[in-house]
Write a protein that binds this ligand. Structure first.
Ligand code: DP6
Length: 361
């Protein structure tokens, strides 16, 4: 939808070297994207909260080169150090984007990137990383060709590009919360890019916390791409996609109304459904660890005893996301310190909360 062979620079024009830096956050899906087809298209609509503290900062430097090889000239630094593995992955991604950004092969590009959270924490960084890179690429296009002056067009294209890098990344372009995937419940929603839904949700969810309890920082045993592929042979796949659609409708109504109980119930059901789907895939994956289950049990018990609206979620890994509204932050932090830290690797918790979305820095 964005292919444009006209986006080529006049090699005789004088184009000054420059740079862009974007800080982009991670996000936590409440309705999970799990299963895809075609070119990064989701089998069901998903809905996420945009986080604030777990971010990637990416600087894209560019200068015009004489490069006539037809290939992209890229240097890549991760936390100030050259990183060959990331360079190779990013180069393949940029090459795949040449029909959309043909000018990339006329430039010398250098990417400097780094995360706000410890690399070793085991927190997935593809959503923040790919959204930050997509934003830099759209800034570059706009600077060179003046083609994206409207913020809505800019964000939509950045979301589309981020999706091609990693599906969940398309939701990180927007503050507060976003939906990705066609659903009658959100007008303008699309499988190709995410749609912001901050205006549709109760203010309570804009002051929500998501403390990430790091049960284990070790590499996950299934990459998310391999995980999505497992859905193709899963006997529960079709009912699951239907369930996600129904849950998304119920969730949106609850988020409009500020209904925490329904929100929390769906968040937990979705996390457990994701893990159940992995467990009954072939091959089967069990990504929860004993600490994950201990935390889940303690959260349920704490909620029953105190009545406090504290809920858990998980991504495709063992770490627990603790979700709760801002007005009980002190009580919940005390609960974490007293009861949950013992299940966290080196007692590590990444405190996070719902944020305003990416910013150019
Ligand atoms: C469990 O977006 O990482 O976090 O498109 O293959 O890069 P790719 O997958 P990815 O999958 C995320 C899966 C999830 C659920 C979610 O974020 O919706």
């Amino acid at each position: 939808m964005y292919e444009n062979p006209k986006l080529l620079l006049d090699p005789s024009a004088s184009i000054e070297a420059g740079q862009f830096t974007w800080r982009s956050p991670s996000n936590l899906a409440i309705i999970k994207y799990w299963g895809k087809y075609g070119t990064q298209l989701p089998r069901n609509p998903s809905l996420s909260l945009t986080l604030a503290a777990s971010c990637t900062d990416t600087m894209l430097e560019y200068e015009l080169t004489e490069n006539t090889s037809g290939q992209i000239d890229l240097d890549f630094f991760f936390h100030q150090e050259e990183n060959d593995a990331f360079r190779t992955k990013t180069l393949a991604f940029l090459e795949s984007l040449l029909p959309i950004f043909p000018f990339l092969k006329q430039l010398k590009l250098t990417v400097h990137t780094g995360n706000s959270f410890p690399h070793s924490a085991g927190i997935a960084s593809s959503a923040s990383g790919m959204s930050a890179l997509a934003l830099c690429l759209c800034s570059l296009e706009d600077a060179l060709f003046g083609t994206l002056p409207e913020p809505n067009d800019f964000d939509r294209k950045a979301s589309y590009i981020a999706r091609l890098g990693s599906g969940s990344a398309c939701r990180s372009i927007f503050g507060h919360a976003a939906v990705w995937g066609e659903t009658a419940a959100v007008s303008g929603s699309s499988n190709e890019y995410a749609t912001p839904i901050g205006d549709l949700i109760h203010d309570q969810f804009k002051d929500f916390h998501d403390d990430i309890l790091i049960v284990s920082s070790h590499e996950k045993s299934v990459s998310s791409s391999a995980g999505h592929a497992l859905m193709d042979g899963n006997p529960y796949a079709e009912p699951r996609y239907a369930q996600a659609r129904t849950r998304l409708n119920t969730l949106l109504d609850a988020m409009k109304a500020g209904d925490l109980e329904t929100f929390g119930k769906i968040a937990e059901d979705e996390a457990l459904t994701l893990h159940a789907l992995m467990m009954c895939s072939n091959p089967s994956y069990m990504l929860m660890q004993p600490g994950s289950i201990s935390i889940i049990e303690k959260v349920r018990q704490y909620r029953a005893e105190t009545g406090n609206p504290v809920y858990f979620s998980l991504d495709a890994g063992p770490n627990i996301h603790l979700l709760y509204p801002g007005d009980i932050v002190h009580e919940v932090r005390a609960f974490i310190d007293e009861q949950l830290l013992e299940h966290c690797e080196n007692g590590y918790v990444q405190q996070d909360w719902v944020g305003e979305g990416p910013e150019e820095v």
